[in-house]
Design a protein around this ligand. Structure first.
Ligand SMILES: [Zn+2]
Length: 270
C-alpha cells in the first residue's frame, strides 16, 4: 500500500483515540465542575497520571485504579475510546474530503460526549449545548450546501418541537400526581432535551430535524416498551421508570445527519 495512505490511516486512528480520551476527560469533569479540566478521577478529583489518561493504556499499564481513592475505572473509558476510533475511521473512509470530514468529526464527538454524560448523570449540560449552538450555527450558515435559513429554521423547529413535548410532560406529571395523590419523581423530557433538540436542529437543518426527532422519540418509546415488558417479566416493574431521552434523540439525529435521509428517501420513492 502507498506510504501516504498508511500514514493517513495511522493519523486517523490517533485522532480517534485522542478524541475518545478527551471525551472521557470531559465526561469526568463537566458534570462535576461545569468546566473542562485535565483528566481526573470523577470520585475524588485526583489528577490522573499521564499513563492513565487513556483507558486503553491505563488498562494495559495496570494504572486502572485511582491511586488516591483506589476506585476502579469504569469500562466507559475503553468503550468511548474504541467507539471514537471506529467512528473516525468510518467517517474518513466515507468522507475523505477535509470539509465534510471535519464537520462530521465535530458532530460525532459532540454526540458521543452528550450521550456519555446523559447516560451516566441524566443530564444535558448547558456548558455543552450553548457553545455547540454557536459553533454549529456558524458552521451551518457558512456551509453553502445549507445556509442561513435552513440552519436557523432547523434550530428553532427542533427547539420548539421538544419544548412542546417538555410542557406536555409537565402537564402529564401534574395530572398523574393529582390522580395518584403524590408527585412523580421524574418528568418525561428535561429542559436539557429541549436545548439538545435546538443543537440537533442547527446541525441537521430544516426539514431533516423533524424526521430526526420523530425517529428519536419513536426509538425511545420502543425501548421503554421493551424495557417495561422485561421488567414486568422479571417482576421488577415500577410505574414511570424514566429513561434518558438524549441518547435516542442523538441516534435519530446521527441517522439523518450521516446519510440516513438518502436511505429513507430511496425507500419511500421506491
Ligand atoms: Zn479517585
Amino acid at each position: 500500500m502507498d506510504c501516504i495512505i498508511v500514514s493517513m490511516w495511522i493519523l486517523v486512528v490517533l485522532l480517534g483515540l485522542t478524541t475518545g480520551g478527551l471525551i472521557n476527560a470531559l465526561g469526568d469533569s463537566l458534570p462535576y465542575l461545569r468546566k473542562p479540566a485535565m483528566p481526573r478521577c470523577p470520585h475524588c478529583g485526583h489528577a490522573r497520571r499521564p499513563v492513565a489518561w487513556l483507558g486503553l493504556i491505563a488498562r494495559a499499564a495496570r494504572a486502572w485504579r485511582c491511586p488516591e481513592c483506589s476506585r476502579a475505572r469504569g469500562y466507559r473509558a475503553i468503550t468511548v475510546e474504541l467507539a471514537a476510533v471506529l467512528g473516525t475511521m468510518l467517517l474518513y473512509w466515507r468522507e475523505p474530503s477535509p470539509a465534510s470530514f471535519w464537520q462530521g468529526y465535530l458532530v460525532g464527538a459532540l454526540f458521543l460526549l452528550i450521550m456519555v454524560i446523559d447516560i451516566e448523570h441524566r443530564l444535558i449540560l448547558e456548558v455543552v449545548t450553548i457553545p455547540s449552538m454557536v459553533i454549529f450555527g456558524i458552521i451551518g450558515i457558512v456551509d453553502p450546501a445549507r445556509g442561513f435559513g435552513k440552519v436557523l429554521f432547523g434550530g428553532l423547529a427542533g427547539y420548539a418541537f421538544v419544548l412542546i413535548l417538555y410542557f406536555l410532560g409537565i402537564l402529564f406529571a401534574r395530572i398523574m400526581a393529582r390522580v395518584r395523590g403524590r408527585e412523580l419523581d421524574e418528568v418525561v423530557f428535561g429542559f436539557g432535551d429541549v436545548m439538545l433538540a435546538g443543537v440537533i436542529g442547527l446541525i441537521v437543518g430544516w426539514p431533516g430535524v423533524i424526521v430526526a426527532l420523530i425517529l428519536g422519540v419513536f426509538a425511545a418509546g420502543l425501548f421503554s416498551l421493551i424495557f417495561m415488558l422485561v421488567a414486568i417479566l422479571l417482576r421488577r416493574y415500577t410505574p414511570f421508570m424514566a429513561i434518558p431521552y438524549g441518547p435516542f434523540l442523538i441516534l435519530g439525529a446521527a441517522f439523518i445527519y450521516y446519510g440516513g435521509a438518502v436511505l429513507l428517501r430511496g425507500a419511500f420513492a421506491g
